[in-house]
Design a protein around this ligand. Structure first.
Ligand code: ACM
Length: 405
């Protein structure tokens, strides 16, 4: 259906009714994805986004045949999903965000609405509860989870790696089981993402021991574990998936986890992180993994990117959008477009068709569609966007008849 939509003129994207006769050439669409997992992530924790904004992001994913929406639901700056058994997570932990704004959270009905809207568009929601680090908002709500049992102040900055739930306290595992149980019950898809990144204060065997317990909780809920690739040293569990976000494809620890059976979602920070700026003058975004122009987003191969990981172990590709500097839907769209279609093509198209010159020209054709639909995008200078047709300055000048015969 999306392919058919792409074959129609840009006016198909108009929010207003268009009376026009459209002709399509007859033909057969023969099309199938290279990888089963094609996703994007939205961080709704650093800044909170209304359900309507998330639904619009779902539309963008569907347009480019992505089939997973990963929601980063919890972090130091805010807890965004209602948990009935631990109500202060949202009542207290949900009221903050980066920069001091009011935050917010999804009720279970809100979340169900996102899940259902996404499912109608063949998109599976992947909820992430980031553990054991990135948990300051939970500690503010429930100091009993903190290692020193003292509530930290709410956090609205952008540093990482300072917070963690107490891996030595049994109550922490009650918390994890309750939260993951409620989130699993709301989530029809098979995946439960447990984060695991940047828990700098939980080291070595304490970290792997914690992760192994949490992995078993996920498995007991009938879900498949997904986690950032920092999970790699923990024991393998059937089906487990690591999301690789490195910037250097030499990663023996991840390769070892793959040898033990892990599959990979590939999200290289320096190619697929959509919060990286396009250029030094991009008004929002980061540059810790470098600048990512459209060509950089397009020119890499998920099947060979991590040295020693065979293409068969690659479940797919995902483009994460972290939102420390992103505060509106227009900001989201500016960073998503036009790079999201680049990542989508890597996930969908066979390697044999990978071709920057062809992609650049086809991408250019999306510009008028976004303009017609009222979607914000970055007019990347390396893309030959069609120039906007100019309206004739004089009246009564004979016009070329452009009507379809
Ligand atoms: C991450 O970017 N900390 C996964």
């Amino acid at each position: 259906m999306q392919t058919l939509r792409q074959l129609l003129p840009a006016a198909i994207e108009s929010p207003d009714p268009v009376t026009e006769r459209w002709a399509l050439p007859g033909g057969t669409i023969t099309d199938a994805p290279r990888f089963p997992y094609r996703g994007a992530m939205l961080d709704v924790a650093r800044h909170f986004f209304a359900v309507e904004d998330v639904l619009r992001v779902v539309d963008h994913l569907a347009r480019y045949k992505l089939n997973h929406l990963h929601l980063h639901l919890t972090d130091d700056q805010g807890w965004r999903i209602a948990v009935d058994s631990w109500p202060k997570l949202t009542a207290v932990g949900g009221t903050t965000e980066v920069g001091g704004g009011p935050g917010g959270h999804y009720t279970k009905a809100d979340y169900a609405r996102i899940v259902s809207y996404a499912a109608d568009r063949h998109i599976t929601v992947v909820p992430e509860i980031d553990l054991p680090g990135h948990t300051n908002s939970a500690l503010v709500a429930y100091p009993e989870l903190a290692p020193d049992k003292i509530a930290p102040p709410p956090y609205t900055g952008t540093e990482v790696g300072f917070s963690y739930v107490d891996p030595a306290d049994e109550r922490t595992y009650d918390f994890v089981a309750d939260v993951l149980g409620e989130v699993a019950a709301l989530t029809p898809g098979p995946w439960l993402h447990i984060g695991g990144d940047e828990a700098f204060k939980v080291k070595g065997e304490v970290y792997t021991g914690f992760v192994e317990r949490v992995q078993r909780i996920v498995a007991d809920l009938g879900k498949t574990v997904v986690g950032w690739h920092q999970l790699a040293p923990a024991a393998h569990l059937d089906g487990r998936v690591l999301q690789w976000w490195g910037t250097n494809g030499e990663d023996p620890t991840t390769v070892d986890a793959v040898r033990r059976g892990a599959r990979l979602i590939v999200s290289p920070g320096n190619h697929a992180y959509l919060d990286m700026k396009y250029a030094p003058d991009t008004p929002i975004g980061h540059d810790w993994a470098g600048l990512i122009d459209v060509r950089k987003a397009y020119d890499w191969d998920p099947g060979t990117h991590v040295t020693g990981v065979p293409a068969e172990a690659v479940l797919g590709v995902e483009a994460p959008l972290w939102t420390e500097s992103v505060t509106s839907l227009a900001d989201i769209e500016l960073l998503l477009l036009p790079r999201l279609p680049a990542i989508a093509e890597l996930g969908w198209s066979p390697r044999s068709s990978h071709d920057w010159a062809s992609f650049r020209d086809r991408l250019a054709g999306q510009g008028p569609r976004w303009t017609t639909a009222g979607i914000t995008f970055h007019r990347a200078p390396e893309i030959p966007w069609p120039t906007t047709p100019t309206i004739p300055a004089q009246r009564n000048v004979p016009q070329t008849d452009t009507a379809t015969p």
